[in-house]
Write a protein that binds this ligand. Structure first.
Ligand code: ADP
Ligand code: MG
Length: 704
């Protein structure tokens, strides 16, 4: 079977009901392998058997199901107000209601106004009534729509047709309006989408042609004028300029780019014109991936939302049952008019409907995720927002995370030739091996050899020993570059190296040995500088409520301690292999419950995976880090860490406020309903107002 995948934006997909309707209509479609529906971004991801169906047929099927797919990358636009069927039926319902009321005032026969009220109920209730029915029949669910529908029908049967009509009108108009306010939450993603230009100026056969960004191919060279945004990811081939990457990574300071530098879609070119060779097509450039990750994160619900949904699944049926109970038992216990109790029960059902409750969490989450993304913080779902807000302990990798930028070689010693002639050869050999490594120390060694004018010695069979060093073959024998711990683990004698190791480490330097089976032949010391903003970044992390900051490193204890002293680290664990880092993270998680691990996401992927929340720093441009982390900080900037924690905590605060508000409103309405204080219209109005307050409150997360 030849499985392919398409991603399509579709119209009319705006809530979970639509999603289940779409899933139902495609459920037995031949050739469909997997269907993922993202109602919050009106997107479907379809895996299909390319031997059985083609994308065109799939699109036709979507069209027949009532969800036509849209061309282009834009989010599905909501139809204009006057073309939206839900708005139209609701407005019609309001007009019928008004007409009925006026005729009633004008002393027209009761049957005329009653007829108009019934028409108002049918028109306004058409859509949510159908949804209530579909949910009951196909999903065996009793939802809010059903509660409202039952209340309206019962009220009408009891002769309170006007009240029923008011209920239906208010509920339907606020449902229609809710769709439009939810649109606002999408604005954060829309803003990301608008970052890339629609066209690119591409060099083809010596001429410059303007083509749609979607048509730019890997290898094309495109031109970026000063002040223009970049169309897709690429490598600078000509020109020099400072590029503002803030839209993608959230870093405020522009980055200097010269030929060979990597640039990302959506960044804004500074003063100099650039020619860029595209390394990614439009669909998988950085911005497109960020957008698609945020969209998928929106559907990944946190525990509390799942809890509310499970709760809702039992709650609404219970409300309905309790309504019946009140209608039956009320008159028996407390006496009074039977019809009066039926009306009270009806008002109760409406009052107890959990409208605001169910929207509290998702609306806030969508806003939070979008705001994070705009600031270069990608959180992969509601679960991680919750976990991040709860984290008390943050473990951090040292090299490349706490220390940053470019380590520098400070000492090179040859152990066999203390006079120092052979030190140059040690450098050449080390550089020959390290030029195959991406490790910051490796790159420092290569740079040093280059500046000393030594050609790297060619070696073969290079293997990276992650977290320890690297090995290779030279003239048939094995050679190693790595930490003293690596040589010990390989049972190679450290003879002659102990003294220099000790004094170099005593100076806070990182020591790398170069040698073979006989043991180390040379010692290279490097100074890895702490990131300039690290002390204050860690301080704000503490201020954000992180009690303990732990450093995990494969480097030696002495160096680790001298770095930690500068930074205000609470605990240090040094000389760790990658496996020991994982074990340490697990141990911390056992001890403290929730642990975040921060690393570059490439060397430390296993430790990140083990943590409750794995945070990759400097994720832009490193696909592995983007994919594997739970939280990806696009910029290589420690400050974003405290920002992410604060964002998550703010999200939780807003959610808590929303939940409390909804609970208070429901309780008040329920008490009033049972006491017979409120009429049906008051209960609905109370409801809809609280729902809009909750939406507005959730939208606060769009700021910041
Ligand atoms: P950290 O845990 O601080 O991030 P790493 O796990 O990247 O550090 O590396 C731990 C130690 O392993 C380094 O201090 C260094 O001694 C050694 N090492 C790792 N990779 C290399 C390499 N490519 N070349 C030389 N030494 C290396
Ligand atoms: Mg590291």
């Amino acid at each position: 079977m030849d499985t392919k995948q398409v991603e399509l934006r579709v119209a009319n997909l705006d809530c979970d009901h639509d999603a289940s309707a779409l899933a139902r209509s495609l459920s037995d479609y031949p050739g469909l392998v997997d269907l993922k529906i993202y109602p919050k971004s009106a997107k479907v991801k379809i895996s299909y058997d390319a031997d059985a169906v083609d994308p065109e047929t799939l699109k036709q099927k979507l069209q027949q199901s009532g969800f036509p797919s849209q061309e282009g990358r834009a989010l599905a636009e909501p139809p204009a107000l006057w073309r939206n069927a839900k708005v139209l039926t609701s407005v019609a319902s309001g007009l019928l209601l008004l007409l009925g009321w006026l005729l009633n005032l004008a002393a027209a026969p009761a049957s005329v106004s009653t007829g108009l009220y019934v028409a108002a109920i049918l028109s306004g209730g058409y859509f949510f009534g159908r949804e209530a029915w579909a949910a009951l029949i196909f999903e065996h669910e009793i939802g809010i729509e059903l509660l409202m529908a039952v209340a309206a029908v019962v009220a009408a049967l009891m002769g309170e047709v006007a009240e029923g009509a008011i209920l239906v009108f208010l509920y339907s108009i606020s449902e229609a309006a809710e769709g439009y306010t939810e649109e606002k939450t999408r604005s954060a993603i829309k803003a990301l989408m608008d970052l890339t230009p629609k066209t690119a100026l591409v060099r083809r056969e010596g001429r410059e042609v303007e083509i749609p960004v979607e048509d730019v191919q890997v290898g094309d060279v495109f031109l970026v004028k000063p002040g223009q945004a970049l169309a897709t990811d690429g490598q600078v081939v000509e020109g020099r300029s400072s590029v503002n990457q803030a839209p993608v990574t959230g870093e405020s300071v522009p980055v200097e780019k010269e030929p060979g530098a990597t640039v990302f879609a959506g960044s804004i070119n500074g003063q100099g014109p650039l020619a860029v060779r595209a390394t990614k097509s439009f669909v998988d450039n950085t911005i497109s991936r960020i957008i698609s990750m945020v969209e998928e994160a929106q559907e990944r619900k946190g525990q509390s939302q799942r809890w509310i949904e499970r709760f809702g699944a039992h709650y609404s049926p219970a409300v309905l049952a309790l309504g019946f109970f009140i209608a039956l038992v009320g008159p028996l216990l407390y006496g009074g008019d039977w019809s009066d109790w039926v009306m009270r029960a009806t008002v109760f059902i409406v009052a107890a409907a959990p409208c605001a409750l169910v929207i509290s969490i998702p609306i806030t989450l969508v806003a939070t995720l979008g705001t994070g993304a705009r600031n270069g913080v990608l959180i992969k779902g509601g679960v991680y927002v919750e976990e991040l807000a709860r984290v008390k302990v943050v473990a951090m990798d040292k090299t490349g995370t706490l220390t940053g930028g470019e380590p520098a070689v400070t000492d090179v010693l040859s152990l066999n030739d203390p006079a120092g002639h052979a030190a140059q050869e040690i450098m050449a050999l080390a550089a020959g091996i390290e030029q195959h490594s991406e490790h910051p120390l490796a790159q420092a060694i290569v740079r040093h050899a280059q500046s000393a004018g030594r050609a790297p010695v060619p070696v073969s069979d290079v293997r990276s020993l992650t977290g320890a060093g690297i090995s290779a073959r030279l003239d048939g024998r094995a050679v190693y570059v790595g930490s003293p711990a690596l040589f010990q683990r390989l049972h190679l004698p450290l003879t002659g190296a102990e003294t220099p190791i000790e004094w170099l480490q005593g100076e806070g330097k990182t020591v790398v040995l170069v040698g073979d089976e006989r043991g180390p032949q040379g010692v290279i010391a490097l100074r890895d500088t702490v990131r300039p903003n690290a002390p204050q970044a860690l301080q704000s992390l503490h201020a954000a409520g992180i009690a303990t900051i732990v450093m995990l490193t494969g480097d030696n204890r002495r160096t680790a301690q001298s770095v930690a002293r500068e930074l205000g680290i609470d605990e240090i664990y040094a000389d760790l292999t990658p496996a020991e880092k994982v074990a340490k993270v697990r141990q911390l998680a056992d001890r403290h419950g929730h642990v975040a691990m921060v690393g570059d996401g490439v060397n430390d992927a296993p430790a990140l995976a083990e943590a409750t929340v794995g945070i990759a720093m400097g994720a832009v441009g490193t696909d592995v880090a983007l994919e594997t982390a739970d939280v990806a900080l696009m910029a290589d900037d420690l400050d974003k860490l405290a920002y992410a924690v604060r964002l998550a905590k703010r999200n939780q605060t807003v959610v808590r406020q929303n939940l409390v508000l909804s609970a208070v409103v429901i309780t008040t309405l329920v008490i009033g309903a049972v006491a017979g204080l409120f009429t049906l219209p008051v209960a609905v109005l109370g409801h809809e107002i609280s729902e809009f307050v909750v939406i507005g409150s959730g939208l606060r997360m769009l700021r910041g």
